[in-house]
Design a protein around this ligand. Structure first.
Ligand code: ATR
Length: 275
């Protein structure tokens, strides 16, 4: 069967193999999809081995390799180029590797298609300005948010991201120390890695407008703290990123197999088993 893999470090608990196998079953496609744990120094070689020697057709890439995945590709989609990272690698017919980034589109589709949210006109607040934040920022603007305010613990990455986007009339930065005084937002995205690191954020309730939608790009344990804050703040919706994970996988699956899987049953079965 065709060979697929997800690269990460660590990677043992990745849900990607079971998501891709579930999609493949919908079409009766046989494939092998495994996890490959590669330390950063070994990543590029491991990718080359997978595609050149092991007949790999496609790979997902997760932390901490998304920037390295983008760098080693011979061809890049526009969605990957603007973000500067890749979560999907595909072997082209001529043997070169193409980089894609489906994170932002996956997040927006989770919000719009699964949760029925129209993002147009929202004033959005992005907490964090690292890789995860970059991955979704452009897509939120594409989806029609009116303004995007980026707040990061250290100001430089927030300014760098705003500069990279280059839409000064819609994209602003504020200081983390001023979170108490920057008003309220319709959409609050937690793109920090605090939850993953086992740290908690101290956020004022004043950030959440009465109709606010709060979204954590992570899922499982890492999202619990932020979603509890959202509920206590009276947010109307509080979602984790499990749906985003399934949607980004569906985009990768379609790139590789030319078929659009039904994400809903896969999402529901993962949700039933998650915290
Ligand atoms: P990822 O790929 O998960 O985005 P990253 O690129 O290392 O990881 O970015 C981590 C983000 O979480 C950064 O915006 C970081 O803020 P700094 O740039 O100031 O380091 C943010 N972050 C991590 N822990 C945090 C905490 N305890 N409080 C606030 N922000 C935090």
């Amino acid at each position: 069967p065709a060979q697929f893999a997800v690269f990460g470090h660590p990677i043992a608990h990745s849900l990607s193999p079971q998501i891709h196998q579930a999609f493949a079953q919908q079409f009766g496609i046989a494939l092998e999809y495994r996890t490959i744990d590669a330390a950063p120094a070994a990543f590029a070689d491991a990718v080359r081995r997978f595609f050149d020697d092991e007949d790999g057709r496609g790979a997902n890439v997760t932390l901490p390799h998304k920037a390295a995945a983008f760098a080693l590709a011979g061809e890049r989609t526009q969605a990957a180029a603007r973000v500067g990272t890749a979560n999907v690698l595909t072997r082209l017919a001529d043997g070169r590797i193409a980089a894609h980034n489906t994170d932002g589109a996956g997040m927006v589709r989770d919000l719009t298609d699964r949760h029925g949210i129209d993002l147009r006109g929202h004033d959005a607040l992005m907490l964090g300005a690292g890789g995860a934040a970059r991955g979704v920022a452009w897509s939120l603007l594409d989806a029609g948010v009116a303004t995007l305010t980026i707040v990061n613990r250290s100001p430089e990455p927030a300014d760098a991201l705003a500069d990279a986007i280059g839409e000064p009339s819609r994209v602003h930065t504020r200081y983390w120390e001023d979170l108490d005084n920057i008003g309220s937002y319709d959409l609050i995205v937690n793109a920090t890695s605090a939850g993953t690191l086992g740290q908690s954020l101290t956020l004022p309730f004043s950030l959440a407008a009465s109709r606010a939608l709060c979204y954590d790009l992570g899922y499982g344990k890492s999202a619990i703290g932020f979603l509890a804050w959202a509920q206590a703040a009276g947010a109307r919706y509080a979602y984790d990123g499990l749906g985003m994970l399934v949607e980004t996988a569906a985009d990768a699956f379609e790139l590789w197999h030319g078929k659009r899987p039904d994400t809903e049953p896969v999402y529901r079965s993962l949700r039933a088993r998650s915290v």
